[in-house]
Design a protein around this ligand. Structure first.
Ligand code: UDP
Length: 426
């Protein structure tokens, strides 16, 4: 009812501009800068569109073969704005191109704003949305998806050498200004709300917590045997699956060390690492470097034969991998939310995840999965063994996790909440 009334409104109360500069919602997922944010925005926009919103998602034109305008949902669009060369530019090097991107946004709308809300994603999209908010005086809503200060602290905690100090400092300043200008910040987990308050002084009432979602029809479980046949995986192996971008903070190194430790108990243990543009002609340089680092680590730990890198896989084929696995491991050192955990829950496989960020909330320890201390292979080994040794425990965790997904994590439900938020600001 509401949707129809809303669509027919002649004042076009239903137009929203989203900004997702490094993450094109229609991009192929699973490489350095295409992951959870892209998936989140794609699903959110498709479902907001069903509520009658006309969303334009502005992203950077990062591939000369892409169309400048593409359709998403019935009435929504992805609009690619020129900013720097029309090719991949690492996220940390995009800041100098923000003014050009914003200028091209203004040109696209012919300097006349048709939007009722500006919704920025990450600090890059937040920054462009902030400029639009200041110029046209419409509400600014922001999803950070990850926070510079937390990411920086994580690197420091684990003593990782980084030459990104200057990039981080610029990012902190921008984040602070975006927070100041925002009417509302949507965090995917309570941890981010707390971090926004403690590390950035954000008033708690400025932050709403709303998780990510998963489509149970997309991640329907298949027969394990069939999935393994299709993927040519041995039925005898005990398979630990990782799915995600190949990035240091995802903790694949911990998984590799754990496989070495597990060899004492499970001779046929294998890790399947899905993610990263590491094969074929269009490799991503950063993914490739991380892949080489991990390969070296696997060799050093003498488990090279047990770690199998698959490269990035289209979401449509991911159910095969989830269904073929015995356990999904999410070993992140920093994880603002972690859609992969939800996908594992929907796919009905047991999950062991690190006690970090959003994972602490999505996985209820001992109920819908097991949590382990981040970067602690011994603890991860223990948790894997608990599931390996008890089919009852595995079945109990899977049942509860699936129920949780049904009750709390549909994209439809999340879009309904954001629909309410938008309405409250118009
Ligand atoms: N993904 C994918 N193909 C891959 C690797 C990952 O489609 O080869 C998807 C995965 O299914 C999930 C997203 O990328 O939807 C990763 O989201 P998550 O929130 O777990 O991590 P982020 O990318 O936000 O760090």
């Amino acid at each position: 009812m509401y949707c129809l009334d809303f669509m027919s409104n002649k004042n076009e109360q239903n137009r929203v501009a989203m900004f997702s500069i490094h993450a094109d919602p229609l991009a192929a997922i699973g490489s350095r800068e295409s992951g959870g944010q892209n998936v989140y925005i794609r699903n959110l926009v498709i479902n907001l569109d069903k509520h009658g919103w006309r969303v334009d998602v502005f992203t950077r034109f990062d591939d000369s073969k892409k169309k400048t305008v593409a359709k998403i949902g019935k009435n929504s669009r992805v609009i690619r704005l020129k900013g720097g060369k029309p090719a991949y530019i690492p996220k940390g090097q995009l800041n100098p191109h923000f003014p050009e991107i914003y200028k091209n946004f203004l040109k696209f709308i012919n300097f006349q704003n048709p939007y009722k809300i500006f919704h920025g994603h990450h600090y890059d999209g937040g920054w462009i949305a902030l400029q639009a908010h200041k110029e046209f005086n419409k509400p600014l809503i922001v999803n950070f998806h990850s926070l510079g200060r937390v990411r920086f602290q994580t690197q420091r905690l684990y003593a990782v050498a980084s030459n990104e100090q200057k990039i981080f400092e610029e990012r902190f300043t921008m984040e602070q200004k975006i927070i100041k200008g925002a009417s509302l910040i949507i965090s995917l987990a309570d941890t981010e709300k707390r971090d926004l308050n403690l590390l950035y002084g954000t008033p708690l009432e400025k932050v709403a917590v709303l998780p990510g979602g998963v489509d149970i029809r997309e991640f329907m479980p298949l027969s394990k045997n069939k999935a393994r046949e299709t993927l040519r995986l041995s039925k005898e192996d005990f398979i630990l699956l990782f799915v995600g971008r190949l990035e240091w903070r995802k903790g694949v190194g911990t998984l590799i060390s754990t496989v070495r430790l597990l060899k004492e108990n499970i001779l046929n243990v294998k890790a399947l690492i899905v993610g990263g543009k590491i094969f074929g002609l269009k490799k991503n340089k950063d993914d490739w470097n991380e892949y080489q680092r991990l390969l070296k680590k696997a060799e050093e730990e003498n488990v090279g034969d047990s770690i199998h890198f698959v490269g990035r896989v289209d979401q449509g084929r991911l159910p095969l991998f989830y269904s073929a696995a015995d356990i999904l491991v999410v070993p992140s050192y920093y994880e603002p939310f972690g859609l992969v955990a939800l996908e594992g829950m929907a796919s009905q496989i047991p999950i062991v995840a690190s006690r970090k960020g959003g994972l602490r909330f999505t996985i209820k320890d001992g109920q819908s999965g097991l949590l382990f201390e981040p970067r602690n292979p011994l603890d991860l080994k223990e948790k894997v063994l608990q599931i390996y040794r008890s089919q009852e425990l595995a079945a109990f965790l899977v049942k509860n996790a699936y129920q949780d997904v049904l009750e709390n994590y549909s994209w439809k439900y999340i879009a309904e909440k954001i629909n309410d938020i938008y309405k409250s600001f118009i």
